[in-house]
Design a protein around this ligand. Structure first.
Ligand code: ADP
Length: 656
């Protein structure tokens, strides 16, 4: 950096300070800068113009604390004006690059031989590093003081050297009480060895991170803490002690424990819930719930008691038992809903309960078996408040069941109640459905006999001489009787399917021939529609029940006609691949929505809007059953308003 000179009375001094590391500059008596050395220019971060700039080469000057210092109030200006300087000679300067420096300034007036003021010199000392260190120290102290964690330092001999407010809050000792005492006063007797290990690590320069342990307060209370210990070094880098940060983790541990317990409980309930909802059999649900719950609670014995009247009018059936014979639990008298009386009971020692005396003996397994002492009974209640029964658990030792067990068993009891309710509903629906099936079977059977007689009489009548009107009416009556017969036939078939009694009489026949026969009969009876037929094969042999397949064909063809009132054509195609014969019946009728397509093969299902077309919703159901019995497939492709194609496939019989 170039150094400016100007002939001045201070030039001798200037020469002296030229290369000094001490920042130095001079002004004449009017305040114009006459000289500055390299070090001063480096501090200012600029080179002021000699003889033009006043008092100070700095860009901007501030009082410590941040207030702007006007240039004519700077220490150099005050010195030249021979005014007193502020007590602390500290200023802050801002450099052109926006950095700040803390400077101590030492301005001195200069006089000539006659004692007249000729100017002044100023020495600038940069104290920024010291200042920053002090600031850091102050921030650190404030953090330590305001921290909720206990921050302690100790010597290598384990003597406490510093103690913050957090430490006082956690351990109870004030700073005065504890400084100078050994750290071991905070360590419970059984953990004293820990200190040796900690000091050993510190001496080796190792840090101890988040070590969970227990410490003891002034009042002898144990607290769970997480401890971080780091070595403290002196200027020379020698380890002279340790700093410790201790955090009270009692609450954190409680929360962790609660979360663990909760997730365990959820897992258990989830597992039981899954098992229970997979079954609709009451006995196995109760067995499962009783056993699983007894295992979870660690109960020696357990039972579920139904609060219901049996067919003999007897109440309280002991339905599921665990850990002891049924009679033993019955005889103990403790496993009865009367004992439970709709509220939950958890007793550490039931033998001290007033109700207990009335129920002797309480032995669980008869002779010599221990009596029940710990006792837990939880009602199983429906949403409407009806007590279905109770879950009972016992253990020979006292105090075996905790509040946590109580919570778990209550949650399981709620699941049990839902599961039992489902079972009941399922049983009711099943019974009703069975009754309905019985009725259908009986009714169709009963209807069949008179209809067969009527048909017989009508056929006899057919042979007699009738006029034109008589012949027409007779023909219509026979038609209706045939329809009735087929409806009753369908109902009887449904009963057979439900009872698992639909039998298939296998025979080998040419499916093509059968299809042609059926189409021919339709040509006679249908005055509205034409049925076309095409096939890629001359013959297609299948091994199937001919009558049943005919039934399927008739059903598909009559549906195609029935549900295409505005069309005239039904297209039948029969094709065979190597393994299967595939028949399709295509109409240009009303079609079916996707939702209906999914359901039409179930019993009694009819798509909406067909109310004016007669039917029971059984034909497709039976067709599907028949085809499935033949290990074939049946399905539909359809579009509302455009028509439907029903198709089925059957395995072909390979000719030998
Ligand atoms: P049903 O014809 O006696 O009602 P089905 O079991 O044969 O009983 O058919 C069930 C339902 O499927 C019918 O009610 C009808 O809604 C629909 N369905 C069957 N075939 C067709 C078809 N070709 N076109 C449109 N809808 C059909």
């Amino acid at each position: 950096m170039p150094v400016k000179y100007k002939s001045s009375p201070q030039s001798d001094v200037a020469t002296l300070f030229h290369d000094s590391r001490l920042a130095f500059y001079t002004c004449d008596r009017n305040g114009y800068i006459t000289y500055y050395n390299k070090a001063a220019a480096a501090l200012w971060g600029r080179e002021p113009v000699i003889g033009e700039e006043l008092w100070c080469g700095s860009w901007k000057i501030y009082y410590p604390g941040g207030r702007v210092m006007p240039l004519d109030e700077c220490p150099m200006a005050l010195t030249l004006k021979q005014q007193p300087l502020p007590a602390d000679n500290e200023i802050v300067i801002e450099r052109p690059d926006s950095t700040f420096l803390n400077l101590l300034v030492y301005p001195q007036p200069l006089f000539d031989a006659n004692g007249l003021l000729t100017g002044a010199l100023n020495i600038l000392v940069d104290i920024t590093p010291k200042k920053t260190g002090e600031e850091k120290q102050a921030i650190l102290s404030a953090i330590v003081e305001s921290s909720d964690d206990a921050i302690i330092s100790k010597s290598l001999k384990g003597i406490i050297m510093s103690w913050n407010k957090g430490a006082q809050k956690l351990f109870g000792y004030t700073e005065d009480e504890i400084i100078g005492k050994p750290i071991t006063v905070l360590i419970p007797p059984e953990l004293q060895e820990e200190e040796t290990v900690i000091i050993g690590n510190i001496k080796a320069g190792n840090k101890i991170d988040h070590f969970r342990t227990t410490r003891i307060t002034k009042w002898g209370k144990k607290v769970k803490i997480s401890l971080t210990v780091s070595p403290v070094k002196d200027n020379m880098g020698r380890i002279i002690g340790a700093s410790k940060i201790a955090r009270d983790i009692t609450e954190q541990l409680q929360k962790e424990e609660a979360i663990k317990l909760n997730s365990q409980r959820l897992e258990l309930l989830n597992a039981i819930g899954k098992k229970v909802s997979a079954s609709l059999d009451e006995d196995s649900i109760l067995e499962l719930i009783t056993t699983d719950t007894a295992n979870i609670t660690g109960a020696a014995v357990g039972a579920f008691v139904y609060n219901m009247l049996d067919e003999h009018g007897q109440a309280n059936q002991l339905t599921a038992v665990f850990g002891a014979p049924k009679e033993a639990l019955e005889n103990s008298g403790l496993f009865t809903p009367e004992f439970l009386n709709s509220t939950l009971i958890r007793v550490d020692d039931i033998t001290k309960d007033s109700r207990y005396g009335k129920k002797a003996p309480q032995e669980v397994g008869g002779n010599g078996q221990p009596v029940i002492t710990s006792y837990l009974a939880v009602p199983v209640e429906t949403v409407s408040g009806e007590i279905l029964g109770g879950l009972f658990f016992g253990h020979p030792e006292p105090g075996k069941f905790t509040a946590e067990h109580e919570n778990i068993v209550s949650s399981i009891a709620s699941q049990a109640s839902v599961a039992l309710n489902n079972c009941r509903l399922f049983t009711q629906v099943k019974n009703l459905s069975e009754k309905k099936d019985e009725f259908i079977a009986l009714a169709s059977h009963e209807l069949k006999t008179p209809i067969t007689s009527i048909k017989g009489y009508l056929q006899i009548l057919q042979r007699s001489d009738l006029d034109k009107a008589g012949t027409l009416f007779l023909e219509k009556s026979l038609n209706q009787i045939n329809k009735l017969n087929s409806l009753i036939g369908d109902l009887l078939d449904v009963s057979k399917v439900e009872a698992g009694k639909l039998t298939i009489q296998y025979e080998s026949f040419d499916l093509k021939e059968l299809v042609l026969d059926v189409i021919e009969t339709f040509h006679y009876s249908s005055k509205t529609h034409k049925i076309t037929f095409s096939s890629s094969a001359d013959q297609i042999f299948v091994e199937a029940d001919k009558q049943r397949i005919e039934q399927v064909l008739i059903n598909l063809l009559s549906n195609a006609i029935k549900y295409s009132p505005n069309a005239e054509l039904v297209v039948v195609e029969l094709n065979a691949s190597e393994n299967e014969a595939k028949l399709s019946v295509k109409d240009k009728g009303i079609g079916l929505s996707e939702q209906h397509q999914k359901n039409i093969f179930t019993r009694f299902y009819r798509a909406d809007g067909n109310e004016n077309i007669s039917g029971l919703g059984l034909g497709l159901y039976l067709s599907k059953e028949i085809i499935l019995h033949h290990r074939g497939t049946i399905d539909v492709i359809s579009e509302p308003g455009k028509g439907s194609t029903f198709y089925f496939s059957l395995p072909v019989k390979h000719q030998v």
